[in-house]
Design a protein around this ligand. Structure first.
Ligand code: ADP
Length: 421
């Protein structure tokens, strides 16, 4: 007897047994029986024609609609079912056919089953990959929506807080003017405390507004010619009291490019580097050392801010630039100078936003976080060495200024109309 005839002979017994072993509930039984019948007919076709592709439609149908729970559990139900089919075929053939016929049949169906197993594995992997990618896309969509509402909340909260804070600051100033400090010397101390609090709140609100401006790609730069050396001497002057308080040393190295005139936004760059320097102070213990250096690269000036502080763990070296508090350290207060003072966690997000708005980039390097060994951190900032302003009017305005400053005798120098890079 031919293999397909043998297969037809054991059909009822085989299907009965597979259905029993699969153990579906009575409601699902008849639909399931229908599927088994279809699969069996395809199997007979494959055996008769010698072409296993006959099974393709049935296998595709089986794998195309797996339930979500199957995908989550990573269970391969179809594979299990096929496995049962193979075992039952063996049993039923050996029990119901003559030994030679059974062998004949099994030799014919085995390669077809192997083909089916491979096909199912491939189809199921594809189904799982597409399921996972669609879940990822949904999660990303949710995250983006969350981020948008967070950003909207930040912006609304900052603007709502700004008005009452302006009122408080105004009344505090009036109080300062009108109160007779001589009658109660304590009043001066109390007012100073109030003003410190107001100042801190004002800075947090300003940071919140900056973050929402950056988030919405609305940061507009006021590009002017500047020299980084000058920017850093202003920064040093601003941060000097804090350095003295913490007994830390700040060294600003002269480097190739620090004297070059580049077009950048001085206020925004000041803000960005102030954040980096304040962090260097905050995350470095007393008596620590901060070094600002740099070099020129093709089209860019690279500035490095290196400290001898607690360092940053590798997993946080990119996360710290996100607008939320990610910290290795156990942070204590919102002070801008205290060791591990912590803060609103917005500083680096703003710094990155400012640098990126310039067309530059920023990253952190550290051997890791260690409060005892103090491996330190280095922040690298690449700023485009723009020698031409975007707006020609700006060039007309600043070109002669730069030339005059570069020429100490005040002589006209036609070649230095534009700042040299
Ligand atoms: P924060 O207000 O918390 O300082 P930032 O955005 O400025 O917010 O910094 C985010 C986090 O990055 C900090 O909480 C700190 O854990 C880490 N960090 C930033 N600068 C340094 C540094 N120089 N050394 C070690 N950790 C740093």
């Amino acid at each position: 007897m031919k293999a397909h005839e043998l297969l037809a002979q054991i059909r009822p017994t085989l299907l009965e047994r597979v259905a029993l072993r699969a153990g579906r509930g009575s409601e699902a039984q008849s639909a399931f029986r229908g599927e088994l019948e279809r699969f069996y007919s395809a199997l007979e076709g494959a055996v008769e024609s010698g072409n296993p592709a006959w099974l393709d439609p049935a296998l595709t149908e089986w794998t195309s609609s797996p339930t979500l729970s199957e995908l989550h559990d990573k269970k391969t139900n179809v594979e299990e079912l096929l496995d049962k089919f193979i075992r039952v075929t063996n049993d039923v053939a050996l029990e119901n056919l003559a030994e030679a016929d059974a062998l004949d049949l099994l030799t014919t169906v085995t390669p077809i089953y192997v083909y089916a197993l491979e096909k199912i594995a491939r189809l199921e992997t594809e189904a799982r990959v597409s399921h996972v990618s669609s879940e990822l896309a949904q999660t990303q969509d949710k995250l983006e929506r969350l981020d948008r509402s967070k950003s909207a909340f930040i912006s609304i909260a900052a603007h709502e807080l700004k008005t009452p804070l302006t009122l408080i600051a105004g009344y505090a100033a009036m109080l300062h003017e009108t109160i007779d400090k001589a009658t109660d010397p304590q009043i001066e101390v109390l007012l100073a405390g109030m003003n410190t609090g107001i100042g801190r709140l004002q800075r947090i609100i300003k940071d919140l507004i900056d973050v929402s401006v950056i988030d919405n790609d609305l940061l507009s730069l006021n590009l002017q010619p500047l020299q980084l050396r000058k920017l850093f001497s202003q920064l040093r002057a601003g941060i000097e009291p804090v350095l003295a308080e913490r007994q830390q040393i700040l060294r600003v190295d002269e480097f190739e490019g620090s004297d070059a005139w580049i077009y950048a936004d001085p206020d925004r760059l000041y803000q960005a580097f102030r954040n980096l320097l304040e962090n260097a102070v905050k995350y470095t213990p007393d008596f620590g050392r901060i070094v600002v250096g740099g070099r020129t690269l093709p089209g860019f000036v690279e500035v490095t801010v290196k400290d001898s502080g607690i360092g940053i763990s590798p997993e946080n070296q990119t996360l710290i630039f996100e607008k939320h508090v990610v910290s290795d350290a156990d942070l204590h207060s919102s002070s801008h100078s205290k060791f591990k003072g912590g803060g609103a966690g917005l500083g680096l997000a703003i710094t990155r936003g400012i640098i990126q708005a310039h067309g530059g980039t920023i990253w952190a390097e550290s051997e890791g976080y260690d409060e005892v060994k103090l491996p330190g951190s280095t922040f690298h900032v690449l700023i485009p060495a723009r020698t031409q302003p975007v707006d020609p009017e700006i060039q007309r305005l600043f070109g002669p200024l730069v030339a005059a400053e570069e020429d100490p005798d005040g002589k006209e120098n036609s070649t230095t109309d534009t700042p040299a890079a």
